[in-house]
Design a protein around this ligand. Structure first.
Ligand code: ATP
Ligand code: MG
Length: 550
């Protein structure tokens, strides 16, 4: 993988300083997904940031599953996350599960109780919420706040043993009910949940809360720079409190950056899961989703995704990125790599009436004019071919240079053909065109007799491979932000169009995930799920042109 130095950013500046002053000798970062869904392109931003920063300074990056909520987490998600991180091109130094540290976290909670910094509280979740106060008013202290240490130790142990029901008791940090920061008003750090956990099974019935578990996981793993998104800025004082009061050996620090948000895109696992569960899309890897597995299936490359998220950079304020910017990077990546071939998506048969029946010839075609190293291929040409329906108009407007009665066009890599006759069925639908070709005009010869304005693509009918093409539009219509309650009302009914057409015979060899540029149509990738031995299915990754300028 290319190891471009990351752009300068404020986190990188801090790292440079920390290494210079000797605060840290080695940088350790982590990517900490909760295994409650598949990764999306927002996660890619965090992955690239964490791994690139460590790589650049010869540090380490861990993959850690932040799995402290037994109700939503599943092994399927764990496996998909590992696969996605590897596919993006990264190797983690160590793999951890937050749940591997449950015992240590419990011991730290006991330490807090002994120090008088945590207490068992019998208030209900509702009562805790209503006594928390507001931004203007301080909270009310819990009547259980001054329980003696011995009683807290006993109750906490009994919570662990399963003597209480869900919600009957919690463990709270004893900080400051009048703090201007609501997160510091005696936050809950343990709750009871009689639920099996994907990693620890039935071993535990109390689970640590995110704000308590996360800093401890960082500290136990030796993380130096714990990078998260901006909404955790207000949680940083609590992060620091946990690190200090739990007296951990390693003292990680939290840094925040703006999360990636894109136009026409829902980017939260909860919403993505809803689209999957409601069967609005065809699974987590539906090519219309911004999940890593969806982007992969659609044909986006890891290089394009990495370059895209690097280009966006690390900001301290939230903004929305134009989704077309990602398309720009995939075009850049595939321009030199993807062979160019011809595919007819909406076929119309053309009979070349002056081409001898039973004859065929093999013409030379360049695989990629921008990259001559990709060489030539042979394509068959004979009496019957397919062209695109919209490359013909019976009654064309001015400046239409493609096929119409009496007009001559160039067939890419082949000859000039002239349309002489339009064949229709009883209902008046066009079924066939009858054309003649001029043998003098063969592509690659120095024919200068006359010029034509239009060049169209085609596929030889006798050798064509039937293929399915899937064209996409954004799944979410413009103008509505993800935050809106009703994003399900904003689903684009035309997000998928399926067409049946033909590709060149060499495409019989195409394998899942192979990528091509179909002349005039854009970049396509072979769908790994839908493709069968008889019929390849192609997902359009992007069309050729974009209005987006970078
Ligand atoms: P979601 O709301 O989609 O579930 P999350 O933040 O809850 O996202 P986690 O699995 O907890 O998902 O995230 C793992 C890491 O990825 C975290 O460090 C988080 O900050 C980061 N991350 C998640 N979404 C984005 C995003 N849109 N842009 C940048 N980083 C993100
Ligand atoms: Mg989450």
């Amino acid at each position: 993988m290319e190891n471009k130095p990351t752009q300068s950013n404020y986190i990188k500046n801090i790292i440079v300083e920390d290494l210079k002053t000797g605060k840290h000798r080695e940088i350790v970062t982590r990517f900490p997904p909760e295994p409650n869904g598949y990764l999306h392109i927002g996660h890619a931003k965090s992955i690239v940031l964490n791994f690139d920063l460590a790589d650049e300074f010869n540090g380490r990056t861990n993959l850690r599953f932040d799995d402290t909520n037994p109700l939503k987490e599943e092994t399927e998600y764990v496996e998909s996350i590992k696969e996605d991180v590897k596919w993006l091109g990264y190797e983690w130094d160590s793999l951890f599960f937050g749940s591997d540290f449950f015992e240590e976290m419990y011991n730290k909670a006991v330490l807090l109780i002994k120090k008088g910094k945590a207490y068992v509280c019998d208030l209900s979740a509702e009562e805790i919420r209503t006594t928390r106060g507001t931004l203007k008013e301080p909270g009310k202290e819990s009547p259980y706040r001054n329980r003696p240490v011995e009683e807290n130790l006993d109750l906490f142990e009994r919570m662990r043993r399963g003597e209480f029901k869900d919600g009957e008791k919690v463990l709270r940090a004893k900080i400051d009910m009048a703090s201007p920061n609501l997160n510091m008003r005696d936050p809950v750090i343990y709750r009871i949940a009689h639920a099996a956990h994907h990693n620890t099974g039935d071993k535990w019935c109390i689970y640590p809360m995110y704000d308590y578990a996360h800093p401890l996981e960082d500290a136990f793993e030796g993380v130096t720079h714990s990078i998260c998104t901006l909404e955790f800025e207000d949680h940083r004082p609590l992060y620091d409190w946990v690190i200090e009061e739990c007296e951990t050996e390693c003292e990680p620090h939290q840094y925040e950056f703006a999360r990636l948000d894109m136009t026409n895109t829902v980017m939260s696992k909860r919403k993505l899961k809803l689209l999957v569960d409601e069967k609005i899309v065809d699974g987590w890897d539906d090519p219309r989703l911004p999940t890593i597995s969806g982007l992969r299936r659609r044909g986006y490359t890891p290089e394009a995704i990495r370059n895209f998220v690097r280009e966006i950079g690390v900001a301290k304020s939230n903004s929305i990125v134009d989704a077309r910017m990602l398309d720009h990077f995939v075009r850049e990546d595939l321009k030199m790599k993807a062979p160019r071939t011809m595919a007819v998506l909406r076929p119309l048969k053309v009979v070349i009436t002056n081409y001898p029946e039973g004859q065929a010839e093999w013409l030379d075609a360049e695989n990629n004019p921008e990259n001559p190293e990709m060489g030539l291929r042979k394509i068959p040409f004979s009496r019957e071919i397919y062209v695109e329906q919209d490359d013909f108009m019976e009654d064309p407007p001015k400046k239409y240079f493609r096929l119409f009665p009496g007009n001559e066009v160039r067939l890419k890599h082949a000859y000039f053909i002239k349309c002489n006759e339009v064949i229709k069925d009883r209902d008046g639908n066009i079924t066939e065109l009858h054309c003649t070709y001029d043998p003098e005009t063969k592509s690659g010869t120095d024919f200068t007799g006359r010029k034509v304005k239009g060049t169209i693509h085609w596929v030889d009918a006798g050798n064509a491979v039937p293929a399915e093409f899937r064209l996409y539009e954004p799944l979410i219509l413009d103008g509505e932000k993800e935050e809106s309650a009703g994003f399900l009302d904003n689903i684009n009914p035309n997000s998928l169009e399926i067409l049946q057409g033909f590709v060149e015979p060499a495409m019989r060899e195409a394998k899942p995930q192979d990528k091509f540029q179909f002349f005039r149509h854009g970049y396509f990738s072979v769908d790994p799920q839908k493709t069968t031995g008889e019929k390849p299915v192609f997902n359009r990754i992007v069309s050729l042109k974009s209005s987006f300028k970078i």
